[in-house]
Design a protein. Structure first.
Length: 276
């Protein structure tokens, strides 16, 4: 593991590391913000999963999250969104291949060897963080768009592993919208039953742990009707008795201006659960 960026930030440090991932079979970058409290002892960790086309840089340079992480004493970890490299399969367009890993374990060729972002985020990365940084085993997970999908799926599929979950503008039903149909069809093959294991709207129906979900969604989001459809998750959660707060925010779009406007409230939501 090699540190490739280091900057002082709100009394702590914003760093980027590169390491060889065994889950993905390639070199990966991930960002770590250590709040000032980490100099005095271990802190809980909030994992952030970014959306289509993003790298670890989008969140750390645009969300303004470090200020709130410093206030609450929470470590922020933001990985890249897919495996990358000359030997890693890619595709035309922004919504499949590199930059669009969709946080699944691919089973179809040519994706299966490298595209195992589910294992990377849920297992390999936390083990790396908790071994090499002043981190406790208290974990929260959040994300935006494709990353919001990833955060919801990973939390719902791993009861007891995360203390908190939230999302901005998540793809809540990927098996029923174009982005998800394209990605899941490529990575998992044509069997739609197999897709359900990565669909939060399906998973919430049988979740054994009722971890409260916080979602913020902009009403002016250009993808709201075609790709995001948060009402699908709300209806499934209500039917299952799963606690969900869906906040529709007038005037806000799909951008990091939206995320930056409410990230402080999300970090406070996670900090309250992580400090229990």
């Amino acid at each position: 593991m090699e540190r490739i960026e280091h900057r002082a930030c709100f009394g702590g440090s914003q760093d980027v590391y590169r390491h060889e991932s065994s889950a993905l079979g390639c070199a990966m970058n991930f960002a770590v913000y250590l709040p000032p409290q980490a100099a005095r002892g271990p802190c809980p960790v909030l994992y952030w999963l970014s959306g289509l086309t993003c790298t670890e840089q989008n969140f750390i340079t645009k969300a303004g999250a470090q200020r709130y992480a410093a206030e609450h004493g929470v470590i922020l970890v933001a990985p890249d969104t897919s495996p990358r490299g000359e030997d890693v399969p890619d595709a035309e367009g922004y919504d499949l291949g590199q930059g669009a890993g969709f946080y699944v374990n691919a089973t179809a060729l040519p994706w299966a060897r490298h595209y195992r972002m589910y294992d990377y985020v849920s297992r390999e990365l936390p083990e790396l963080i908790e071994t090499n940084f002043p981190a406790t085993s208290a974990r929260g997970i959040s994300g935006h768009s494709m990353g919001g999908h990833g955060a919801l799926v990973i939390a719902l599929r791993n009861p007891g592993r995360y203390r908190s979950v939230s999302a901005f503008s998540p793809i809540v039903a990927p098996s029923q919208v174009p982005w998800g149909e394209k990605a899941l069809g490529a990575y998992l093959g044509p069997d739609r039953e197999a897709w359900k294991q990565y669909d939060a709207t399906e998973l919430v129906k049988s979740a054994t742990e009722k971890l409260p979900i916080l979602i913020d969604q902009g009403e002016a989001d250009e993808f709201l009707e075609s790709q995001l459809q948060p009402w699908r998750l709300r209806e499934a959660a209500e039917a299952a008795g799963h606690p969900l707060v869906l906040r529709m925010q007038p005037g806000y779009d799909h951008s990091y201006y939206f995320i930056a406007s409410f990230i402080g409230e999300h970090i406070a939501h996670h900090a309250a659960a992580l400090r229990v």
